[in-house]
Design a protein around this ligand. Structure first.
Ligand SMILES: [Zn+2]
Length: 226
């Protein structure tokens, strides 16, 4: 368990420079790229026990715009979760560090106003409708075209970003050795993908498309709490 003074490593995909950045902060400090101390590392991490988390700078920009337009604090139940910790669908954006679940403490009318505001701002890829999440508000900012009809984008060597972090985390959780989490799809990550594909009867091309994502996320979602 981490406590309030624990150092958390935050991998941030900077979409403008196409670089992965590492920021080291305590749970009570603001998230990188957040303005006005409106979102702490602890709020973003929520109930996750991980001392390594990830997100993107444009996700934080969407937060800044939403928080500023709302004009007062937004309660954050959590945002980030590792895939092994589970609790969401197999290709959930929470495992990519790009989704928020907020406003659990608001009444229905305020919650609906915040949901409508988030949708109207145009800075989120998806705002979940009230009939799916009536007691909280979910919004997320995705990168790239989904490899399946929904979910994570196709990945291959030389790409970088939050979904590479999710991939590397899932490979390690699936027991594939030698894959570190740094958000960079290099040769070691490719070897891990090929090994996973070979072990699971998939085309061993080192490219993470719909079939590989589907098998990998189904195998690893929630596995660490079973
Ligand atoms: Zn959610």
């Amino acid at each position: 368990m981490t406590n309030a003074t624990s150092m958390i490593n935050i991998l941030v995909y900077n979409q403008y420079t196409n670089q992965m950045e590492t920021h080291v902060r305590t749970l009570s400090q603001p998230m990188p790229y957040v303005t006005g101390n409106t979102l702490s590392v602890g709020e973003f991490r929520g109930k996750s026990n991980s001392d390594l988390i990830w997100t993107g700078n444009r996700v934080m920009e969407s937060w800044n715009i939403t928080r500023s337009a709302w004009g007062r604090p937004i309660y954050v139940g959590y945002a980030f979760r590792r895939i092994g910790e589970g609790g969401h669908s197999n290709q959930s954006q929470h495992y990519a560090g790009t989704a928020f679940d907020v406003a659990q403490n608001m009444g229905p009318s305020d919650r609906n106003r915040l949901r409508d505001l988030a949708a109207s701002l145009g800075v989120w890829t998806y705002v979940e409708p009230a009939y799916l999440t009536p007691t909280w508000v979910h919004f997320d900012r995705r990168y790239g075209q989904p490899a399946c009809s929904a979910g994570y984008p196709m990945l291959m060597q030389a790409l970088r970003g939050v979904y590479v972090c999710t991939l590397q985390d899932a490979l390690a959780t699936a027991g594939i050795p030698g894959v570190g989490i740094d958000g960079v799809f290099g040769p070691a990550t490719r070897r891990g993908v090929v090994r996973f594909q070979q072990e699971n009867g998939l085309a061993a091309d080192g490219i993470v498309g719909c079939q590989t994502w589907t098998r990998l996320t189904a195998m690893t979602n929630g596995i660490l709490r079973r």
